[in-house]
Each structure stands twice: as structure tokens, then as C-alpha cells.
Design a protein around this ligand. Sequence first.
Ligand SMILES: NC(=O)c1ccc[n+]([C@@H]2O[C@H](COP(=O)([O-])OP(=O)(O)OC[C@H]3O[C@@H](n4cnc5c(N)ncnc54)[C@H](O)[C@@H]3O)[C@@H](O)[C@H]2O)c1
Length: 361
Amino acid sequence: MITVGIIGFGRMGRCYLKAFQADGRYHVTYICDHNEDCRRLAQELQPDATIVEDEQLVLADSSVQVVALCTLCDARPAEIRRALAAGKHVITEKPLADTIDQEWELVDLAEKAEQRGLYCTVNMYLQNAWYHHEMRRMAESGEIGQLAIMRICHMTPGLAPGEGHEAEGPSFHDCGMHYVGLARFFSRSDFKTWHAQALRMWSWKDPWWLQVHGTMQNDIVFDITQGFVYGQLSKDQTHTSYVELIGTQGFCRMTHDFHTAVVELRGVSRTERIERPHGGKNIDILIGQMAESILSGHRHPSMPEFRCSATASDYSWRMLDDARLHDLPAIGTLDELESIRERRRNLTNGYGLLPRNNKNV
Ligand SMILES: NC(=O)c1ccc[n+]([C@@H]2O[C@H](COP(=O)([O-])OP(=O)(O)OC[C@H]3O[C@@H](n4cnc5c(N)ncnc54)[C@H](O)[C@@H]3O)[C@@H](O)[C@H]2O)c1
């Protein structure tokens, strides 16, 4: 069994525990959180683990082979440095750090650690999603001709400004960096040009919706729209999320409702429709890739690298900076925002809720 310590037992930490327990190759021996209620819940869910408040106890224990870092990104640089210095493999949440300089330092550290047989990975979960791999396969099969246009959109009534995750930046960084990473994943190229338009919804100080379009270095064009602004006060909440890859001859597209994802191909010789369970945050896949890497001594080829996360993070900060150079309107009021926060405080089933000791995350 591979021994694991989970640091940070909020929403994501609990998802990791569930995945480690289900995998069969891991034994979670430590869970750490600053918060007493989180520790109490951890003891209940993993009774044989040592539950601690101080992360240094996990990072210093040589019996722990892997750490899963699920705190916020301002805590991560020190955690990653310490874990690698102590000879541990690292699975971390994104972004890697709260400043881009530190993110690149950690990339360097991780790449050097791999030469010592230590693996690092980061939960860029969209790159482990079955529906995106199917789309890339379709796009590269010749059925759509040459890939020309990528259209990516993700809007939910999710995390409201000022609710948590402040260290991770406005929603286009906190969440949008996944979609920035996705444009690189599909095009197999880097960004060349971009123009971003954002909006300060509810007159919050930072943009909470952003749309960016531009070109990749291989001339494919893209647009990305992301915002946690989608009907926060609607009686019945929903979201919109899609990717369209449009080629010179056909296209493929994907949409999901977080339970089921549907991928469709309109190719020159085939029309295809695949409908399967969405797969959530794909943590089972990520920790499976790490287990295979550790047990075989060879990095799993699909396991997301720190470099891919730092690159997506870097570009999403630059796109946010670009939006600030243009007209940045503010619409709505802080009173509306307060009503949203109040509603979200009492929601038990919704989008991106903070866990507050809810076992059912
Ligand atoms: N990959 C994804 O799709 C995805 C989705 C959601 C969240 N995330 C990321 O996961 C991370 C955690 O998010 P979350 O929603 O679970 O947050 P959360 O606030 O629910 O949980 C964070 C927990 O960490 C604890 N904590 C913070 N610093 C600590 C420290 N130094 N030592 C011990 N405990 C500490 C807090 O008490 C809290 O319980 C964030 O970085 C977030 O961006 C990623």
C-alpha cells in the first residue's frame, strides 16, 4: 500500500479521501486541517488515520510516501518544497502558488525531483476528462478536416466574490485557468495573441466574467468565456458548459450537466454520439496515474505536469491583465452580491459550495 497524507480537508480534501479509499492501492495515514470541525470529520471518515492540525507533522514523517495538497495556493509553495526535500511524491491542487514566479520555481523543483525518482502532479482535471480525449481523437482523425476554431465556454452560479479562494484570484484565474489549459491541450500549441473583455459583475472590485479570443502559434483561433455569474439568484439554478472544435470540413462538440457528458461528431464520413457519466473532478484517474508511476518507476505519460498548470496559470493572469487595459464596466450592486452570498450560505445543494462540514461533497 502507498501511504498518503492529505493536507487540507475542505471540499477537495474530502474528494481525495473518497478516491484514495476506493482505489485500493493507497492507505491514508494522516489527515491535516487547521479547522477543528474538519479534523473531527476526518477522524470519523478515516478512523485509523492520525489527524493533525500542524502540516509539518505530515511533511516530516518519513513513513508518508505521497502528500495530497488541498489547502489554498498561498500555503502550497512551502508545502511542496518541504515534501520534496523529505523525499515525498506530490499530488497538488491547482494553482501551484499565489505568484507566478513561485509557480515557475516549483516547476523547476519538480522537474529536478523527478530525476531523483519523485513524481509531482497537479489536478488539471479537464485534461484527464474522457470527453476531451474523445474530442481530441475526433479532431485529429481527419473527420473534421483541419482544426481551425476552438470555442470554450463555462458559466455557472458558482463561487461568489469574497467567499473564499481569494489567494487564487478572480474566477478567470481560479477556474478559468482550466479552460486556458484546454485551448493548449486541443491545439497542441501555445497562445500567440489575445484580447480580453471582462466585466465587474455586481460592481465587485475584480472581474467575475471574462471572455478572451485570439490566436494560437499554429494559427488556430480560440474564444474562451468563463464566469461564476450564471443566474445566482434564479429560483432553479443551472449552468452552461460546452466546447466546440470546428474544422475546415466538420466539427465535434461537447456539453455536460455535471452528471452526463455528451460528445458529438459531425465528420465527413461519420456522425457519432457518445454519452457517458461526466466523471466529476477525475481524481480517481489522477491518483491512479500516480499509483502506476510509483509502482512502475516510470511517469505515467498522461499524468498532468506542474509545467502545464504553471503555463495555464501564467496565461490566465496575462489575459486578466489584458482585460484591465480595456473598458472594464461594472454592472449590478454589492447589495445583490450580499443577497447571493446569503443565499449560498444556506444552500445545501448547489454549485461550488464551500463544505462547512458537509460530508456529502
Ligand atoms: N482542480 C479543480 O477543479 C478544483 C476544484 C475546486 C477547488 N480546487 C482547488 O483546491 C484547493 C482547495 O479548495 P477547496 O474548495 O477544497 O477549499 P476549502 O476552503 O474547502 O478547503 C481548504 C481547507 O484547507 C485548510 N487549510 C488551509 N491552509 C491550511 C494549512 N496550512 N494547514 C492545514 N489546513 C489548512 C482549511 O482549513 C480548509 O479546510 C484550492 O486551491 C482550489 O483552487 C481545485
